[in-house]
Design a binder for this molecule. Structure first.
Ligand code: ADP
Ligand code: MG
Length: 304
């Protein structure tokens, strides 16, 4: 009898859980926190703290903010970085090494050119491209984990962490939500998701994987306590001379990738999923899955 009463009480408590949703623009996209709980004020405060943590990553790692720690790095001397930046750099250079530079955090000079190309619809002159390429290369950036220092060896080198920062940020934001008593949370960093425990009464979060064709039905996956991240020329590309150049740079050419491919990665963390979706696009449809599974993904979905 007592057990039944207790169960009934539990069910009532669960039924009272509400969905709370908060959004904020960050890192050139929209971030959203969705969580379930009974205390709206606590949910709002936790989400506010999570967004604050997201803004901290942006302040450190943005290549759009001239004052960010990333933009203030100067080549030729080892620079001691902040603990937050160290964590992001450590993940970045680990993934660069594992993917042998398919994910390359040092492509700043080339992504700058790509943004120029998108504006002007002109590919860079070969001399300009060669110069930018010469200033890139993850092997010429020495990350010293023990000392917490980064040395950019070549003049003109500049980091771009755009392919990993959103996933990393989603992880940090989720950790805060969980710590604040909201393990049933989902952090959306644009289309990249970090998911916690499922919504009340559900077995999982239902997530539609992005496809090229809006008419085409999305593949729906059921997930919990993991991350899912998609990359490819789905949204960001520039068309020149009938060719479509994606915002993912092929380190072998220095230009945007021209093969039509989208890679979704499911992984235990957003950091891993985000780095590997980009690397998967670079190595191409045939190798993306093997690469992803080797370096931390639990599932890789490739579309071409
Ligand atoms: P999205 O931003 O659409 O989620 P990605 O996670 O793939 O897609 O990130 C793409 C961004 O990463 C680019 O805009 C650029 O700043 C940077 N980038 C482009 N190519 C590479 C690459 N090969 N390795 C690492 N970063 C890259
Ligand atoms: Mg990525």
């Amino acid at each position: 009898m007592r057990l039944i009463a207790a169960l009934a009480f539990l069910a009532a408590a669960q039924a009272e859980e509400q969905r709370f949703h908060y959004e904020r623009p960050l890192m050139g996209t929209l971030f959203a926190v969705t969580c379930y709980g009974t205390d709206e004020a606590a949910a709002k405060a936790a989400a506010g703290e999570a967004f604050q943590a997201g803004m901290e990553v942006n302040a450190v790692a943005s290549d759009y903010l001239p004052d960010s720690e990333l933009m203030k790095l100067r080549p030729s001397k080892p620079v001691k970085v902040s603990p937050l930046f160290a964590e992001l750099l450590d993940a970045s250079f680990t993934k660069a090494r594992e993917t042998e530079g398919a994910f390359d955090p040092t492509l700043g000079p080339l992504t700058k050119l790509w943004r120029e190309t998108r504006k002007t619809k002109q590919l860079p002159p070969s001399g300009v491209l060669a110069k930018a390429r010469a200033a890139c290369g993850w092997q010429d950036a020495v990350w010293n984990r023990e000392a917490g220092t980064l040395l950019l060896k070549k003049p003109g080198m500049q980091l771009d962490l755009g392919a990993i920062a959103k996933g990393f940020t989603a992880d940090r934001m989720f950790a805060i939500m969980k710590q604040r008593g909201f393990p049933r949370s989902c952090i959306a960093a644009g289309g990249d998701l970090r998911l916690g425990d499922p919504p009340p009464g559900k077995q999982a979060w239902r997530v539609g994987l992005q496809t090229f064709d809006p008419e085409q039905p999305e593949e729906v996956v059921e997930l919990e306590n993991c991350a899912v991240s998609t990359s490819g020329d789905l949204h960001q590309f520039v068309e020149i001379g009938g060719k479509r150049y994606s915002h993912i740079i092929d380190p072998r050419t220095g230009l945007g990738m021209t093969t039509k491919v989208a890679v979704s990665v499911i992984a235990p963390s957003g950091t891993i999923a985000d780095a590997l979706d980009t690397a998967g696009c670079v190595v191409g449809a045939d190798q993306a899955e093997a690469l992803g599974l080797k370096f931390g993904a639990t599932r890789v979905v490739v579309r071409k």
